[in-house]
Design a protein around this ligand. Structure first.
Ligand code: SD4
Length: 335
């Protein structure tokens, strides 16, 4: 008989289905009857799936960069930073970093956050002119006493820390925006087809989990609009004892439900990553008119089990384990 660890590794490698429900997570149930707090048991069994990288959407190059960082002995934190920098620098990726679609006034404004295995977090919102907001977020985490810097303050911090000021609006993005201006009546849109935000989770050789999330946000948003991606607990959350989660799609809905925190919390309560993502998405579906919006969640737990779920079809994610990368279609509420 295959032992469980080997079975997990093989089933992931085979790429037939994501390991959905092995019931490994120990339920964190308090049996305390009195007033004294009962310690919640943590998952101590390390992941069999490691090093491991998973990211939202079709991002093999980003995963390769993350994997390369892990192969060099880098931490999960190094990996997720290196990974998401790939789409940030890619002008063809029009939802992240350089080349991202601007707000309705033509400004590219970026949101990003990062979280390590110790629960440290850094974030920038409404940041302009810096190609790698994820690295500024990491600098906020490591070099400032704060978690989040925004707008002009974030830019000043970035410049003071050696980041270069540059124009992020590419001719292609500008042209599209000018076309949009002709017909859109200046109305911000939440177009379900325009999502590519990268959220990435990695497990390093020590079994530690970190995560990163970076985006230019909704295309043609109102100036100053900040989405879920830089909000710890909304676009990203990592609890190294249990797992990590990230979100993509219409950030307003993810923020209202503390989406990524909810997914991790559900894993803490014993759900598999797949079950946790489904439950978090269904909470949105229950309360909202979801016909025209997309939200997707992606999660991994401490054992390296993973799962994903979205409201609309079309959400996929990229998984890299043992040098094998697969792009996998997530299950969705609407078929
Ligand atoms: C936002 N959640 O700004 C982001 C957009 C996104 O793929 O995920 N796009 O609301």
């Amino acid at each position: 008989m295959l032992d469980r660890r080997r079975f997990l590794t093989l089933s992931s490698l085979a790429g037939l289905i994501p390991p959905l429900s092995f019931g490994l997570a120990k339920p964190a149930i308090s049996t305390n009857k009195g007033n004294a707090p009962t310690p919640v048991p943590s998952i101590t069994e390390p992941s069999a799936n490691r090093p491991f990288v998973i990211s939202t959407w079709n991002q093999p190059k980003a995963n390769a960069a993350a994997q390369a960082a892990l192969n060099k002995g880098g931490s999960a934190l190094d990996a997720v930073e290196a990974g998401v920098k790939v789409p940030e620098a890619d002008p063809e990726d029009m939802s992240v970093g350089y080349g991202g679609r601007p707000d309705r006034d033509g400004h590219v404004t970026l949101d990003a956050c990062i979280m390590d295995e110790k629960g440290n977090a850094g974030s920038v919102t409404f940041l302009e002119h810096i190609k790698h907001p994820i690295s500024v977020a990491r600098a906020v985490m490591e070099k400032s006493p704060h978690v989040m810097l925004s707008g002009e303050g974030a830019l000043a911090f970035a410049l003071a820390n050696g980041f270069k000021k540059e124009s992020l609006l590419t001719p292609k993005a500008e042209k599209e925006w000018r076309e949009w201006l002709k017909t859109a009546k200046y109305k911000p849109v939440a177009n379900i087809e325009r999502h590519d935000t990268i959220g990435m989770l990695a497990i390093d050789s020590k079994g530690n989990i970190s995560g990163a999330c970076t985006t230019s946000g909704l295309a043609y948003k109102m100036r100053g609009r900040v989405g879920d991606s830089p909000i710890i607990g909304a676009g990203l959350f990592v609890d190294n004892e249990f797992g990590g989660a990230c979100a993509t799609g219409l950030g307003e809905l993810v923020m209202r439900t503390c989406g990524s925190f909810l997914v991790v919390e559900l894993m803490r309560q014993g759900r598999t990553p797949q079950q946790a993502c489904e439950e978090a998405a269904l909470r949105i579906v229950k309360k909202q008119d979801f016909t025209d919006i997309q939200v997707g969640f992606l999660a991994v737990n401490k054992q390296g089990e993973y799962g994903a779920f979205s409201i609309q079809t079309g959400f996929n994610y990229t998984m890299t384990l043992n040098k094998v990368t697969q792009v996998i279609d997530a299950k969705s509420y609407l078929k």
